[in-house]
Design a protein around this ligand. Structure first.
Ligand code: C6P
Length: 416
C-alpha cells in the first residue's frame, strides 16, 4: 500500500508502456525504482525475457551443424535475428551483420581483422578526444603493433568535436577514422555525415561507435554510408553478451578472420584451412544464440514503438531535465551540444560524484558516477569524475521532477 502511495503518476509519450518492464515496477530501499543509468545498460521488457525463456524451453540446440529438428529451429531463430538486425539498420544484406559480444568486441574485431591486414608503419588513424575506451584501446594496441600513429580530433568546451580541426588532420597517411556517433559522457551527436563525406573524398573508411546511438535514434547505414558500425544489444532492451558489427560486404570479404575455431572454416587440413563465407568467417565457435534471439525481440519491441516516437520523447524529457538542472545552484553540466541525446553528465559544487550517486541511491535513483570509461575526457576537463543521468523512453517527467528534488536535497545535505 505504502509503495502504491509512493508510486508517482506516470506520464508517457503515446504507445510507451512501463508495465512491460518488470524491474521498473520494483522498489529500491522502499522507493519506486528511478532508473537513470541507461547509457550503461537498459532494462528488459518481459517480451524479451519471455523470448529467452521460450528459446531455452522449446528450441535450444546448437546452430548450423545439427540435422535434427531442434537444431533447425535454433538455426532459423538465429538467422532470423540476423535478418532482423540487417533490416533494422537497413544493411544491404544479412551477410554484413556479424554477431559479437558487444560494441567492444565489434571494434576489436575491426582493429584485428582489418587493422592487422591493412595498417602499416607510418599510417595514421583518426579518433576523437571523446572516445570511450572501447574505441581507443584497440587502436592503441594496433598502432603499437604496426608502428602506426593515432591522431585526435579535439573537443570544444561545449562537448562538440571540432570539424575544422578534423579537416586539418586528414592527409595521405590517414588509414581510418573511428569516432563515436553519440558520446556516452556529453551526449553529443557528432557531425558524422560531414566526416564520412570528407573521409570518403580521401578514400578513407569510417567506423562509427554506435553503442549510444542505435538504441536511441533511427540509424540507416546505407544513408549514413559508414563503412563499419558497432553496437551492443544490452543498451537497446536486449540481453547482455550480444552485439553487432556491421561492415560493408567488400571490406568483410577482404578482411582476415578474427578468431579461429569451428564454423568459421570451409575446409581444414592439418597444416592449413580455407574460410567460410561472410558473415560466418567472423563467428568462430558456438555463438550467443539466445542473445541474438533476445535482441531480435528487442528490435521488434522498438519497431512497434517506432524509433521516431522514442527519439522525440527522449528529446522532450532530456530538454525538460536539462532546463531544470541548469536552474540549480552550483551545478556544472558537461556538454551543451545543440544536437544531443539523453545523457547528462554533471557535478554539484562541493559534492563528490560518488557521494551524490550514493545519496540518490538511498532514494531509489540509479545514476552512474565515475569517469564513464572515458578517462581522456576527464583529464582534459581537469576533473576526476562526473555524475551521469542517462534516460530511455520509459523514464517519465515525474521521475525527473523527483530527481531534481533529490539533487536539491543533496546540495543542502552536503553543504558545509
Ligand atoms: N558505455 C557507459 O556506461 P560494451 O561494453 O561493449 O557493450 O559497450 C562499450 C561502449 C562503447 N562505446 C560507447 C560510446 C559506450 O558508451 C560503451 C559502453 C557504458 O557509458 C559502459 S562503460
Amino acid at each position: 500500500m505504502e509503495v502504491l502511495e509512493k508510486k508517482r503518476q506516470i506520464n508517457y509519450g503515446e504507445g510507451i508502456n512501463r508495465d512491460d518492464f518488470p524491474i521498473l515496477l520494483e522498489t529500491i530501499r522502499n522507493h519506486p525504482v528511478v532508473y537513470f543509468d541507461n547509457a550503461a545498460t537498459t532494462q528488459k521488457p518481459k517480451q524479451v525475457i519471455d523470448a529467452l525463456v521460450k528459446y531455452y524451453e522449446h528450441d535450444n540446440a546448437n546452430v548450423h551443424r545439427a540435422i535434427h529438428q531442434l537444431g533447425e529451429r535454433a538455426t532459423a531463430g538465429f538467422e532470423k535475428a540476423r535478418n532482423k538486425v540487417a533490416e533494422f539498420i537497413n544493411a544491404h544484406s544479412d551477410k554484413e551483420i556479424i554477431f559479437t559480444r558487444g560494441t567492444t568486441e565489434a571494434i576489436n574485431l575491426v582493429a584485428t581483422s582489418w587493422g592487422r591486414k591493412f595498417v602499416e608503419s607510418g599510417d595514421e588513424i583518426i579518433l576523437s578526444e571523446m572516445e570511450h575506451h572501447s574505441n581507443l584501446i584497440p587502436w592503441q594496441l594496433l598502432a603499437k603493433e604496426r608502428g602506426a600513429h593515432l591522431r585526435f580530433i579535439p573537443f570544444k568546451e561545449d562537448g562538440t568535436i571540432d570539424y575544422n580541426e578534423f579537416i586539418k588532420l586528414m592527409n595521405k597517411n590517414t588509414k581510418l577514422i573511428a569516432i563515436t556517433h553519440m558520446s556516452n559522457v556529453f551526449g553529443t551527436i557528432n557531425p558524422f555525415k560531414k566526416i564520412i563525406r570528407t573521409a570518403h573524398d580521401w578514400g578513407v573508411p569510417v567506423l562509427l561507435d554506435a553503442a549510444q546511438s542505435v538504441p536511441h535514434l533511427p540509424v540507416d547505414v546505407q544513408q549514413l554510408d559508414c563503412d563499419f558500425l558497432a553496437f551492443s544489444g544490452h543498451k537497446m532492451l536486449g540481453p547482455t553478451g550480444i552485439g553487432v558489427l556491421y561492415a560493408k560486404t567488400q571490406l568483410l570479404e577482404n578482411m582476415d578472420p578474427y578468431q579461429g575455431g569451428g564454423e568459421m572454416i570451409n575446409t581444414v587440413w592439418l597444416e592449413k584451412a580455407t574460410w567460410n563465407e561472410i558473415p560466418h568467417k567472423f563467428e568462430a565457435g558456438t555463438p550467443n544464440i539466445a542473445g541474438a534471439i533476445g535482441l531480435a525481440e528487442a528490435i521488434d519491441y522498438l519497431q512497434d514503438l517506432t524509433m521516431e516516437t522514442l527519439t522525440l520523447y527522449e528529446q522532450d524529457i532530456t530538454t525538460y531535465a536539462l532546463e531544470k538542472m541548469m536552474a540549480l545552484d552550483g551545478i556544472t553540466i558537461y556538454g551543451q551540444a545543440p544536437e544531443r541525446g539523453g545523457v547528462v553528465s554533471f557535478n554539484l559544487e562541493n559534492v563528490h560524484p560518488h557521494d551524490l550517486a550514493h545519496f540518490l541511491d538511498q532514494h531509489g535513483i540509479a545514476v552512474r558516477a565515475g569517469h564513464h570509461c572515458a578517462q581522456p575526457i576527464m583529464r582534459k576537463l581537469e576533473i576526476a569524475s562526473t555524475t551521469r543521468a542517462s534516460f530511455y523512453f520509459y523514464n517519465t517527467y515525474e521521475e525527473i521532477d523527483y530527481f531534481i528534488d533529490k539533487l536539491q536535497e543533496a546540495a543542502k545535505f552536503f553543504a558545509f
